[in-house]
Ligand binder design. Sequence first.
Ligand code: GH3
Ligand code: MG
Ligand code: MG
Ligand code: MG
Ligand code: MG
Length: 314
Amino acid sequence: VLKPIEVPRLVNRISRIMENRASPPERVLLVEDDQLLADHYRLVLEYAGMAVEVLQQPEQIAETVFSFRPELILMDLYMPDYSGPDLAGVLRQYDNWAGLPIVYLSAETDLGRQIQALRSGADDFLTKPISDAQLVAAVRVRVNRARELMAQINQDSLTGLLKHATIKEAVDIALTRALRDGHPVTLAMLDIDHFKRINDNHGHATGDMVISAVAMLLRQRLRRTDIIGRYGGEEFLVVLPRCDAASAHHLMDEIRKDFAQVRFSKGDTGFTCTLSLGLACTAAFPVDTGAELLARADRALYQAKNTGRNQTRT
Ligand code: GH3
Ligand code: MG
Ligand code: MG
Ligand code: MG
Ligand code: MG
């Protein structure tokens, strides 16, 4: 049972776990027409633990970025058919990749031409020759910064869970995978019961603490492959890949029961609160879109609310 007093300790533990988890390899796309140089850079970056792809056909840059999803592009300036700025310009037309760092790596030392090249939407300029250590460091710091920014953009600040738009995207991705692989995926929508009363009786800060406690309980109890988001104010959405309706119901209902046991304290008074849950599983009915699945979960949640709250409905 999660007591509020344990909350800070749990946060520390969670952040320690996150720090210790080896970060995934940086994905770097190399755009370099000199094959020998491309091979050299690739070796250096791969030796440093990164995942590297060399762009073979410049006209395929958009497709390659779409499939490889690089976290940084190292771009040559002068190539036979296209220039680096041409290619950077193409990528900058896509909103999705607005935050993707593009760094020129060129022997061009003329400051005026460097600045001119940066106008096409690239972020920085490195000059050749570059030492292996400098190349690795330059890539690593920029990818880390980009990752931090992406995490901030996608994360809800109170709970650290995914934000509304991001968790909705996660539903679509999980559904596409589930349909492709023939596995079920279950959605759980959770809503705190009579949350308005908690705010009214104990204040907004205490309300926030309750919201954080739900988030922590979900993090603690779900698998790492499950995806958790704050869907709205006091509403949460959980995506359970490879989870059928019965297992999801069992798991989520255990979480509901445990949450009902948590005693929050505010000054001399203590209080408890409950959750209502609505589940929707792809195995239960034919479903094509994430929106359909969400609508099902929403309907089930509405049922849970209308028939007494503090329960899980499918
Ligand atoms: P129900 O059982 O039907 O869900 O009732 P409810 O009171 O929980 O639901 P309602 O939608 O009427 O009220 C939700 C309240 O949550 C209203 C809003 O002020 C509050 N709320 C939304 N976001 C936050 C937040 O971030 N912090 C706090 N403290 N309150 C929030
Ligand atoms: Mg060249
Ligand atoms: Mg509510
Ligand atoms: Mg409501
Ligand atoms: Mg609500």
